[in-house]
Design a protein around this ligand. Structure first.
Ligand code: ADP
Ligand code: ZN
Length: 723
């Protein structure tokens, strides 16, 4: 037996370290351990030495002892392979990836119990009226002394007396109460023929318990959730665990409700809003295999499921699955890899699949299941473009007459409307009408955005806020500030002025910042407490409001502005999704798209609904350019508070670029967001043939360079954000 263990400690600056396993301690690959480092103690995970070479081999006699093994199951082999793959593919330190798996420190402290009390059934020798009352009221309930005393309406001393007399006894209970078990037979729907066919196929994959990626491609309102719920039900029947990933924590709450209707209880939720006791309870139940269904944001992907039987990525096209901080991974792609290592099916559900995903179908790597029509009587909404040049809004307004008229008619019919504008706040730019001063963020290359509801100016990049001043800080003119352009708050003002009797709600990450807030919004919509919603991308996805019949896209051109490679695709997806909110019940839906270029290809495709033609043209353009998924990009971002230092390093990175056939390096150039959170930024873009192991090239290239600690070099493989 080896007394040496290689340990990946949770410190990204360190490589793997070797320790001695003291006599009497048992560890295996995956064991979560406490290791000494200098005077400190660090959490780490034992790893196969051959998979994690160490460049600092230490002789046996100089090894330090491991201190303890955590009271938690070892990380499984499939998860260890996923950690390695993620670190390798996204060029991240393995320790940074493994940290995502150990996302509750309290969970590692082991099972914890509390002492509770319950009646033994024995009658105490001396039965006072108080004791009698206590035993009667407590019945077979169990709790802390204090709780039992409250139930019985007696003093703590009476309960303690009963304990002494043997009528009440102590029991040790786990603080992590078990999760209820979802019942696959609780509320199954009657599926349509199309739905049933798709569900049968998916159930078959789950039963086969094999890696099998499937794209579930169904128009909005076709019942994708109902269909993949059948696969979830099969996974529950098998006693295997299932993970459903959602792109946005705001979508969790409606999902929990639907899940409850179908399975009789809520699944385990995992997101950043959990309290530490909730995280601990969820983590331990996931690690033990007790938690059968987990729904969560992308971070749920790295949890230590014990026997995963199915992964579902809902709204799989969403770019919010891409993590833009720390380890720059794409949860959709990592989900597929996890399915591969675990040997379980993966379902990607979307009404507007990404070109990358469609290409996998074309290549025969993913199966495709289609749901071509909406469920029940609901029809797809009719879509019409409003040419903002031919039919402009009135001066100083943002809604064209045709859209205003439709809003009025919808309101008169007692139906709901949604106006979509992907811009938080009141106005994207504020300037002084007297001197032209523009409010810019002191930390970023970005304008401060006015938020009238909170009377503040805010930077949407770094979060810097300041009260909206009365006087211009430049020329001191009073009440001279003017708002330029619209944000959702300004549209809401316009709606309120047009329809004073309408109940208007603004829905953005400023107003819906927790699952509870999202639930409140859903409740108000369902109760008819809102007539007109003005919202950002937060309202484009997932929601189902049968009485919502009108959707207006305030500025369809907005998403095209950046001009990155996915701009047209993203615009198409976003507007299709938001259009998909209209007419989901029995009443037909209508959509108006306000645009300056109604003849642009993406606008025409939206109006005609010809998704295939749009995708074909986009895909061809990508193929011609060698852009993803036909080629690969990786961004290298060099940043520092010291602009000259960042520029120097960026130039030396470029100068050291290896000359390789099938790879080109562009830049460095100042990033469009040239300053972010006080750091100056330069970008390089690596463009490579698909077949080239670009990660390996970059590892060798950057590995040979050195730079000062004040400069940070970040690699973003498969970037989605080009700012
Ligand atoms: P999608 O995710 O494809 O947009 P949903 O799964 O949200 O569609 O379904 C749209 C609506 O239709 C939901 O309210 C859902 O409960 C309902 N629905 C879909 N299929 C069925 C069915 N077979 N029986 C009853 N209701 C269904
Ligand atoms: Zn800022």
């Amino acid at each position: 037996m080896s007394t040496r263990a290689r340990v990946l400690v949770l410190n990204s600056a360190l490589g793997p370290l070797d320790y001695r396993v003291p006599a009497g301690m048992h560890v295996e690959p995956g064991s979560i351990v406490v290791a000494p480092l200098g005077p400190r103690q660090l959490i780490g995970v034992v790893w196969e030495p051959e998979r994690l070479p160490s460049d600092a081999e230490v002789g046996d006699n100089r090894l330090r002892n491991l201190l303890a093994v955590a009271d938690a199951p070892p990380l499984g082999a499939a998860l260890r392979r996923l950690v390695e793959w993620t670190a390798d593919y996204y060029l991240a330190p393995p320790a940074a990836v493994v940290r995502m798996t150990l996302s509750s420190t309290s969970a590692l402290e082991g099972a914890r119990t509390v002492t509770e009390y319950r009646a033994t059934g024995d009658v105490p020798p001396r039965l006072t009226p108080q004791r009698e009352q206590a035993l009667e009221r407590i019945g077979d309930r169990q709790g802390l002394i204090r709780e039992l005393a409250a139930i019985a309406d007696v003093s703590d001393a009476v309960i303690r007396g009963l304990v002494k007399a043997g009528a009440i006894a102590a029991v040790e209970v786990d603080i992590d109460s078990p999760f209820p078990r979802p019942d696959p037979a609780f509320g199954p729907p009657t599926l349509s023929a199309d739905q049933q066919a798709a569900a049968d196929t998916l159930v078959g994959h789950v039963a086969a318990h094999d890696f099998h990626p499937t794209l579930l491609d169904g128009v909005t309102g076709s019942g994708k959730t109902e269909v993949y719920f059948e696969a979830v039900a099969e996974s529950i029947r098998q006693g295997r665990q299932c993970l459903v990933l959602l792109p946005e924590i705001a979508l969790t709450e409606p999902f929990l409700k639907r899940f409850h209707d179908r399975f009789g209880c809520e699944p385990v939720a995992w997101h950043s809003g959990l309290r530490s006791t909730q995280r601990r309870r969820a983590w331990r139940a996931i690690a033990s295999g007790e938690a059968l269904v987990t729904v969560g944001a992308r971070s749920a992907l790295f949890l230590p499921y014990r026997n995963l039987g199915l992964i579902v990525v809902d709204e799989a096209h969403e770019t919010s699955f891409k993590q833009e901080e720390g380890v720059h991974y794409h949860a959709r792609d990592v989900a597929v890899m996890r399915g591969k290592f675990e040997g379980c099916p993966v379902i990607l559900a979307s009404a507007t699949p990404a070109i990358e995903t469609r290409q996998q179908v074309v290549l025969g790597r993913y199966e495709e299941l289609k749901l071509p029509g909406r469920f029940g009587p609901a029809e797809m909404p009719s879509i019409e473009a409003i040419d903002l040049i031919a039919e402009p809004p009135e001066r100083g307004r943002w809604l064209a007459p045709k859209l205003v008229k439709a809003l009025g008619e919808t309101l008169a019919r007692g139906e709901q409307s949604l106006l979509f504008l992907n811009r938080r706040g009141y106005a994207p730019l504020t300037l002084c009408r007297n001197c032209g001063h523009r409010f810019q963020c002191p930390n970023c290359t970005a304008w401060m955005v006015e938020h009238r509801l909170t009377r503040r100016l805010a930077c949407h990049h770094c979060g810097h806020v300041m009260p909206t001043p009365r006087a211009c800080p430049e020329c001191s003119a009073e009440d001279s500030l003017v708002a330029c352009g619209p944000g959702v708050e300004r549209i809401a003002d316009e709606v309120a002025a047009l329809f004073p009797e309408a109940k208007v709600a603004v829905v953005t990450s400023d107003t819906i910042w927790s699952p509870a807030k999202a639930a409140e919004f859903v409740g108000r919509m369902e109760a008819g407490d809102i007539d007109i919603v003005v919202g950002t991308q937060l309202v484009t996805k997932g929601y189902h409001f049968p009485n919502l019949t009108l959707v207006g896209v305030v500025d369809a051109d907005l998403g095209l502005e950046g001009g990155d490679l996915r701009a047209a695709e993203r615009t198409f997806q976003q507007i299709r999704q938001v259009s998909g909110r209209a007419g989901r019940g029995e009443k037909p839906g209508h959509v108006f798209i306000q645009t300056h270029s109604p003849s642009a290809q993406v606008m025409r495709a939206l109006v005609t609904g010809d998704a295939d033609a749009f995708y074909a043209a986009e895909t061809e353009a990508r193929a011609d350019a060698g852009a993803p998924p036909f080629g690969r990009y990786a961004a290298i971002i060099v940043s520092s508070e010291d602009q000259a230092a960042a520029h120097d390093v960026a130039r030396s990175v470029a100068a050291a670029a290896p000359r390789i056939d099938g790879m080109a390096v562009y830049g460095p150039a100042p990033a469009p967001l040239a300053m972010l959170r006080g750091r100056h930024r330069f970008r390089l873009l690596v463009h490579a043939r698909r077949a080239l192991d670009v990660q390996d090239v970059i590892r060798g290239w950057l590995g040979g360079l050195d730079w000062q600690a004040k400069v940070r070099v970040t690699v973003d493989v498969d970037p989605y954000n080009f700012l």
